[in-house]
Structure formats: structure tokens, C-alpha cells
Design a protein around this ligand. Structure first.
Ligand code: G6P
Length: 502
């Protein structure tokens, strides 16, 4: 087990994110069930131990009446307690923020997922085809403001002096300012889990300045990579006319620290799972199922940033060019449904289904289909087993803040030493670049060539590449990430206090 940093051990942490680690999903008119939330933010933050964590976030469903809200709060607490044991984390409580249906539509589906998310991933702002004529930009931004204030109210209610308040992601860019306005002494950090785009992209946003000013109210601003931090500082200098320094952004004598903190995973959790007899059994089952074929794997939320259509085209190109491999390889693609109320996601789902059917129709035989596609998430143990039997993992994100799938794959490959093909546009490429085959996902023939290279790679080279990545994944854990961020936040606040006293 990794050492837990001394400075932060006793610190109470209020983690604020749009989504709680457990989400309620509606089943019929007035019932719901709880399930683990998906996405890098949750899987990374859940690997954090040694802090007393209260997690504040949206519960995932609209529960208008107080009795329902109480029941949900209680159920969340129970679920987290049971998962807390399972996951060996230290989430003490989950505090839900209840957002009404209209706010969810305008704030979450609208401003967050139809405006900020695509823009930050270089997919631009809505054109006619993505413009929702029933909702204006102004009303979506108003809902975004309202939602951020609602999160701030819940933080204020639970805050105790000395707590560290850690705001996460693009959903909560107005939160640092709301918090500092009500309590200037509060220690506030903000971390972005997506890319921060070039300032030339950010400047398209009608609310560009307000968002930047608000984030700058935090004491520490963190990104996954140095490039994102640099883009943020450029946006502040070019759009707001502030001064950028190597340490951060200077505004009228006050410095907001800006830095890169690449996230990791809790690799030991994966290594421990692989030793369990039930996981070994699943491994044997999958091996039997795909006997005689190499297994390639893609695991993505069904999101346009993941480049799933591009991945499918590359795989199709590979099959076209390599008749030899046609019945000797299978691509297992797990596509986890996400944000299904947003039109773009619905369109993507149909597009992916159509492509899978076409490729399977073209290259399938009576005994084998080239693509094994599933629209669902896997349980943790099934996931570990699948990672362990995979020969080649294929991540083709068009842009991705970090992408921890590559980390998880590497953690499960001690036995097999499989190959990771990784998009150079994922934040993880900056840390796993030494061992992975990096590709430009837009270049279909390049990705197809990488697939051939990976499948033919000799064991000596596979071992060498795996070793590089494994030692990185093992040492750069989510635990270290959180400790570094929190201790840097503590230091920054101390330095600010010293400066103001001088
Ligand atoms: C990304 C975002 C997270 C988000 C996750 C899942 O990883 O950075 O903030 O929680 O996707 O998306 P969802 O909209 O379902 O929360």
C-alpha cells in the first residue's frame, strides 16, 4: 500500500463535483435505483484515501418533494457505506444537491453538455444542426449560474473552518467566485478534468470572461497537463488582459496559482482484483470464448470526443488490408451510454450501431464476427478480467482531458504485456507515450497500421514497453495526485497570507 502524505492526513476535504460517485437512475414514474457513476472523474477521485471526504454533487434524478429527497439521501449514505468498504476509499458522506428538471435541462444538458463540453474538446459551438431553438444561450447560462449558486449554498451549509473545498470540472466554473464571495478565507481549489482549449477556441464563448474571472477567484487551479494550464493562462492574458507568470495569473497584486497535476488510478485495486478466484474464472471464460483469436479492446463512454466512429473506420481499413487477420482477431467495444437526453449523443449512438452492423456484415462469418459491441458498462471484476485477456487496447479519443482507460489496462497487463494504442490527443499520451503506440485518430490508415504493428509485435518489445508504462501507472496514483493537489493548495494559501501581511 502507498504511504499516505502526512500533511494532508487529517484534513477534511469537501469534494464538489456535478455528479456524486453514486447516481440515482429513474425507473418508471416515481422510483429510482442507485448505481456507480461512470467517467474518469469518479474513478480517479475514488482512488483517494487518507482524507476525510464529504462529496457534494447532483443526485442524478429530480426528486421534488422533501420526503423523497430524504429517502434518497439516506439510500445514498447506505450505498456509499457499502461501496466505501468495497473500494477501500474514505468517502464519509455523500451530500446531494437537488436540481429541478428544468435546471437540469438548461444547465446540465444545455450549457454543460451542449456548449462547454464540445467547445473544450475543440468541437466548436452549436451550428444550426445542434442549436436547440427552444433554449437560448442566455437562458442556459442563467440556469448554469443558478445551479452553481445552488452548489455553493450546499457547500456553505456544510463547510467548517479549515476544510479544503475542491471544486471539480467545467460544470462548476462559477463556483469558486460564489464561495469566495461568501467567505474570502475559504481554501478553494478548482480542477478541470477536460482539456482547456487554446485561447482562440475559448474566446468564442459568449460568457468567456465571466467564467475565467470566476475560476481565478480560486486559490489553486489545476489541469491534467501542462498544455492545458498554458492555454488557460493565455486565455487570461489575451481575453482579460491580465499578467501571466510561470506560477499562474496575476490580477491586481493577487496571484492565482495555475499548475498541472496529471491524475492516476489506484493500481493496487486492480492488481488485488486480478488475484481473486472469481476474476480468474471470468478470465478463463473469456479466453475460451475467444480462443484462437487476438482480443482488441475499446472501452469508452459513448461520446463524440472518444472517436469511436474513427476507431471503427480504422479497424475496417485494417480488415480490408489484412485478409490474414480477418478470422483471427476480435474487437470488443464497450460503449457506455451517457447523456442520452442530448441530441448529439442520440445521433452518435445510431451512427455507431450502423457502422458496427456494416463492418460485421462485411467481414463476419458463420463462426466469428469481427466486432463484439456492447452498449453497457461492466462490473469491476468483469472489467479487470477483460483488461487482463486483451492483447491490444485501442484508445482513439479526438480530445480527452486524461483518459484513465489506458492506465487501467496497463495495470492489468503484468501477465500478458499487451500493447496500448493511444491517441496523442488524450492527456494520458503525455505520460504513457513512452510505452504506447501513439496515433493521430483522424488518420485512419495510421491507426490501421498501428493495429498491424501491435498485433505483430514481438514479446521482447512488448515487455519493454509495458515495463515503462507499468512503472509510471504504479507510481503516479490517484492518491499521489490528490495529495499533491491538496498540499499545493495548503501551501499556496499560506504564501498568500504571508504576502498580504508584508
Ligand atoms: C467526464 C467528465 C465528468 C463526468 C463524466 C461522466 O469524465 O469530466 O465530469 O462526470 O465525464 O459524464 P456525466 O455527464 O454522465 O456525469
Amino acid at each position: 500500500e502507498e504511504e499516505v502524505g502526512k500533511t494532508s492526513r487529517q484534513q477534511r476535504l469537501l469534494v464538489v463535483a456535478n455528479r456524486l460517485p453514486v447516481s440515482a437512475v429513474r425507473r418508471g414514474e416515481d422510483s429510482w435505483f442507485l448505481e456507480m457513476s461512470v467517467g474518469g472523474l469518479v474513478s480517479g477521485l475514488l482512488g483517494v484515501k487518507g482524507f476525510e471526504v464529504s462529496w457534494i454533487g447532483w443526485a442524478g434524478v429530480n426528486v421534488p418533494d422533501e420526503i423523497g429527497q430524504e429517502a434518497l439521501t439516506k439510500a445514498l449514505a447506505e450505498k456509499v457505506r457499502s461501496l466505501g468498504l468495497l473500494l477501500d476509499t474514505y468517502v464519509v458522506s455523500c451530500i446531494p444537491v437537488f436540481l429541478d428538471e428544468e435546471t437540469v435541462h438548461q444547465y446540465y444538458n444545455g450549457y454543460c453538455n451542449n456548449i462547454l463540453w464540445p467547445l473544450f474538446h475543440y468541437l466548436g459551438l452549436p451550428h444550426e444542426d445542434r442549436l436547440d431553438t427552444t433554449r437560448s444561450f442566455q437562458s442556459q447560462f442563467a440556469a448554469y449560474k443558478k445551479a452553481n449558486q445552488m452548489f455553493a449554498d450546499v457547500v456553505n451549509e456544510h463547510y467548517q473552518e479549515g476544510d479544503v473545498v475542491w471544486c471539480n470540472d467545467y460544470h462548476l466554473m462559477l463556483l469558486p467566485k460564489c464561495l469566495k464571495e461568501s467567505n474570502s478565507k475559504m481554501k478553494v481549489g478548482w480542477f478541470l478534468h477536460t482539456p482547456f482549449p487554446s485561447s482562440e477556441i475559448h474566446r468564442m464563448l459568449p460568457s468567456r470572461s465571466e467564467l475565467l474571472h470566476s475560476v481565478l477567484a480560486a486559490d489553486l487551479i489545476g489541469f491534467h497537463t501542462y498544455d492545458y494550464a498554458r492555454h488557460f493562462v493565455s486565455a487570461c492574458t489575451r481575453i482579460l488582459g491580465l499578467e501571466g507568470t510561470p506560477k499562474g495569473v496575476q490580477d491586481q497584486g493577487r496571484l492565482t496559482r495555475v499548475a498541472a497535476f496529471p491524475m492516476g488510478i489506484d493500481s493496487n485495486r486492480f492488481l488485488r482484483a486480478l488475484e481473486l478466484p472469481k476474476v480468474q474464472d471470468v478470465i478463463k471464460e473469456i479466453e475460451k470464448r475467444f480462443e484462437g483469436r487476438k482480443v482488441m479492446l475499446g472501452i469508452d463512454r459513448l461520446d463524440m470526443i472518444k472517436g469511436i466512429p474513427q476507431k471503427l473506420l480504422a479497424f475496417e481499413n485494417f480488415l480490408e488490408e489484412n485478409a490474414y487477420w480477418r478470422d483471427k482477431v476480435v474487437l470488443v467495444q464497450i460503449a457506455v451510454p451517457t447523456r442520452a437526453d442530448v441530441l448529439e449523443y442520440q445521433k452518435l449512438t445510431s451512427q455507431v450501431h450502423e457502422m458496427v452492423a456494416r463492418i460485421n456484415g462485411r467481414f463476419g462469418t458463420l463462426t466469428a464476427l469481427p466486432i463484439n459491441h456492447m452498449d453497457r458498462s461492466l462490473g469491476f471484476h468483469e472489467l479487470c478480467a477483460l483488461y487482463a485477456v486483451t492483447d491490444v487496447a485501442l484508445i482513439t479519443s479526438l480530445r480527452d482531458g486524461m483518459n484513465l482507460v489506458g492506465y487501467e489496462y496497463v495495470a492489468c497487463q503484468e501477465r500478458k504485456k499487451g500493447v496500448l494504442i493511444l491517441s496523442e490527443f488524450a492527456g494520458a499520451a503525455q505520460s504513457l507515450g513512452a510505452g504506447a503506440i501513439l496515433v493521430n485518430p483522424w488518420n485512419i490508415t495510421e491507426v490501421a497500421a498501428a493495429i498491424t504493428q501491435a498485433l505483430n509485435m514481438q514479446s521482447g518489445e512488448r515487455e519493454k514497453r509495458h515495463k515503462l508504462n507499468f512503472s509510471h501507472v504504479k507510481t503516479h496514483t490517484s492518491q499521489k495526485w490528490a495529495e499533491t493537489f491538496v498540499s499545493e493548495l495548503n501551501d499556496t494559501v499560506v504564501q498568500q497570507q504571508l504576502r498580504t501581511r508584508q
